[in-house]
Design a protein around this ligand. Structure first.
Ligand SMILES: [Zn+2]
Length: 298
């Protein structure tokens, strides 16, 4: 009895295997393309003031919608380029800005903050093939840059291996840690210039240009078309882009606006004080540097 069952089992296995072979001949499985999109808000089209970026601002709801639409433009571009999975990380303020019901249903959304070291890149791992940054802004202290800052308004500079970096640089290093290249950045002109300086080869979409605190900008509809088209091109061309990996050991230096913030940050184990308002931390492992980063800038 057992033997008979075994024989039938083998027949089933052979039939299943044969049908799998014939299926694979007629309909090859699509090549995996997993895309991770980190979306900030300060660099979306139309937006120019802090008031517009937070829930107390009267126009916040309008800009949440525009932020969601710009994320959608990238999702649509990714799907057109053959993406098999798209993850969108809401990476601004509360982490709860993108309107879930208006986001492209094909995308998965990551909201709020875990408190972990991945921060604006929460959800990234080695299984992804490409990263996009949407709505990004320039680093603190950049002239003619819309809502420039790095992490928060209490830091006036963050350096990675001695060079000032915007959040885009830190987040690109997080992607690079997992072997994933950043292929496109959309935001104001200043951040696209900074991203090129750090990453070299990266597709850029500039949706506005700072004029001191003011800005000159294109229409949000035009911005979406540009983001979608640039996403398709960058993803189809993704072999051109390389993961960003700062050389080890990695030193991060954080400069604050107030001395007491540096004094508090210096309590993090392994941190050294580099000035009255600055601290630094060095480690071979970027993940350890990121734990320092989220703790002392959080
Ligand atoms: Zn932001």
């Amino acid at each position: 009895m057992k033997r008979k069952i075994l024989c039938l089992g083998w027949v089933t296995v052979v039939l299943v295997a044969l049908s799998a072979v014939s299926f694979s001949q007629t309909a090859p499985a699509p090549k995996k393309l997993k895309v991770f999109i980190s979306v900030d808000m300060e660099g979306i089209s139309g937006l120019v003031s802090w008031e517009e970026t937070g829930e107390k601002g009267p126009d916040y709801q309008l800009f949440r919608r525009i932020m969601t639409q710009e994320a959608n433009a990238a999702v649509e571009g990714a799907l057109e380029a053959g993406a098999t999975e798209v993850v969108v990380r809401d990476a601004h303020g509360s982490g709860r800005n993108i309107l879930p019901d208006l986001l492209d249903p094909e995308a998965t959304l990551i909201r709020d903050w875990s408190g972990g070291p991945l921060d604006m890149m929460e959800g990234i791992d080695r299984s992804f093939d490409a990263v996009l940054f949407i709505g990004y802004h320039a680093q603190a202290g950049t002239p003619d840059a819309v809502l420039k800052h790095t992490m928060n308004l209490s830091t006036f500079d963050i350096k990675l291996n001695g060079k000032p970096v915007p959040e885009a640089g830190i987040n690109a290093a997080i992607a690079g840690y997992f072997g994933v290249p950043v292929v496109l950045i959309a935001g104001d002109l200043a951040v696209t210039i900074q991203a090129k300086e750090i990453l070299g080869n990266i597709a850029v979409v500039s949706v506005k240009e700072g004029i001191g605190k003011a800005a000159k900008m294109i229409h949000p509809e035009k911005a979406r078309k540009m983001i979608r088209a640039a996403t398709v091109e960058a993803l189809r061309d993704r072999a051109r882009y390389r993961p960003y990996k700062p050389t080890s050991p990695i030193t991060m230096e954080v400069m604050y606006t107030k001395e007491e913030l540096a004094a508090k940050a210096a309590l993090y184990p392994g941190t050294r004080r580099t000035g009255d308002r600055s601290v630094a931390f060095t480690h071979d492992d970027l993940m350890e540097v990121l734990k320092f980063y989220v703790t002392v800038t959080g």
